[in-house]
Design a protein around this ligand. Structure first.
Ligand code: ZN
Length: 408
């Protein structure tokens, strides 16, 4: 299907290809300053070489890539890896820990990471499934068994190693077990996913709630440190003070904007549908290069923030104890008498590019009579929904559903 795409491929698509191809030749330990390095990978790996040992920040997804990174570290230093720091417990930041863990290496992470790993183990099959959808089935994961931290902390943790002081500061954001790392001697910050060179991933359709207010408050904390270099969780490092301030300000502005708008709409008694209609980003945020909606996007952020502060009921009495979709579809079809009326309308809508409405209408025939023609039309509409969207997560969800519909 990818060969027939009308859209050009996204940078994240290419990163997924790299994971599959084990593109080890692209692994490069980039020198930042004074013993600080990073590797730009599917999730970045930070490396701090002190006079008394090495600190690795996050361990990335692909174990072959991790081995190449470990070898690159070993070409620069024979000192032991004394600590591995998890910026948070997402799989792409913790999956290859055993590659970097030496005999006396200690792993440091927030105290909530253990709970996250427990949840992953209990929901192993579910998480394999949803991550396969989100990441095109290319992660190569077989289970969610990760190495838990030896040292945990609640709010902050500080240690000295050789010539460097390492501060870990907790803040909620993409997860509740997140921290960023600051090394004051060199004024460098490893931000984890507080900054990812894209619209913050609040309100992911497949994942639990995230923390928009705490996320921007933590970015304000990072801003106050006025770092010279910022190594994000994903994407290229920022090496100019002004770029870092601007990038963080974009995250702060967009998350604060969404948070305040959704709260305001909730207090006014508006529904989610009304909010999605009402809330628009100001043009300076729409055009801001640091928050382009390639991964997260405004719609996800509104839905995620809404979901965080509300229950599942939308205020419409129809939806408090709804009938089965099949029964509703049968009622509608019995009124129309003729399935061809819906099929004809769906074909017109396909020609007009109104693919979402095709999904709604074909469901009436699929739920009521398992109509094969409606299933074919729905499948085609799903393919078009994917092709006409430039958001990585949305496209992957449509694509995976399209493949599953191949059996009809
Ligand atoms: Zn990440």
């Amino acid at each position: 299907m990818s060969s027939s795409r009308s859209l050009k491929r996204l940078p994240l698509d290419r990163q997924m290809d790299d994971i599959v191809e084990n593109s080890i030749e692209k692994i490069e330990l980039v020198s930042l300053k004074n013993g600080h390095y990073y590797v730009s990978n599917f999730a970045n790996v930070g490396v701090i070489m002190t006079t008394d040992g090495i600190v690795v920040i996050d361990t990335t997804l692909n174990k072959q890539h991790a081995k190449a990174i470990y070898n690159a570290i070993r070409q620069k230093s024979k000192l032991p890896i004394r600590y591995i720091i998890y910026t948070h417990g997402h799989l792409d930041h913790v999956n290859s820990t055993e590659v970097f863990k030496e005999t006396n290496t200690q792993i440091i992470g927030h105290e909530n990471i253990a709970d996250r790993f427990y949840k992953y183990r209990k929901l192993n099959d579910y998480h394999l499934r949803i991550n396969s959808v989100q990441f095109q089935g290319k992660l190569g994961l077989e289970s969610f068994h990760f190495i838990t931290p030896d040292i945990t902390f609640s709010k902050e943790y500080k240690f000295k190693l050789g010539d460097k002081t390492i501060y870990l500061m907790h803040g909620k954001g993409e997860t509740d077990d997140h921290c960023f790392v600051h090394v004051p001697e060199d004024n460098i910050v490893y931000s984890g996913d507080f900054f990812i060179n894209a619209f913050p991933n609040i309100g992911n359709p497949l994942k639990v709630n995230r923390f928009e207010r705490e996320w921007y408050e933590t970015c304000q904390q990072i801003q106050e440190l006025k770092p010279d270099v910022l190594v994000p969780g994903h994407g290229r490092a920022l090496c100019s003070k002004q770029d870092i301030q601007d990038g963080l300000q974009a995250i702060i502005d967009v998350l604060r904007f969404v948070h305040e708008k959704v709260i305001d709409c909730l207090n006014k008694g508006m529904t989610l549908e009304m909010m999605l209609e009402e809330i628009e980003l100001p043009s300076d945020l729409t055009n801001n290069k640091y928050i382009q909606p390639s991964y997260g996007c405004l719609e996800f952020a509104i839905k995620g923030t809404y979901r965080r502060y509300t229950g599942w009921f939308d205020g419409n009495p129809t939806n408090l104890q709804p009938c089965k979709q099949k029964d509703v579809a049968n009622e509608i079809l019995s009124l129309m008498k003729d399935a061809n009326i819906i099929l004809k309308r769906c074909r017109d809508l396909m020609d007009k590019g109104e693919y979402q409405m095709v999904l709604h209408l074909t469901d009436i025939l699929i739920f009521s009579q398992d109509n094969i023609e409606a299933k074919e039309l729905k499948k085609e509409a799903v393919r078009k929904c994917s092709e006409t969207n430039s958001n990585f997560i949305i496209r992957n969800i449509y694509d995976q559903l399209y493949y599953k519909m191949g059996m009809i």
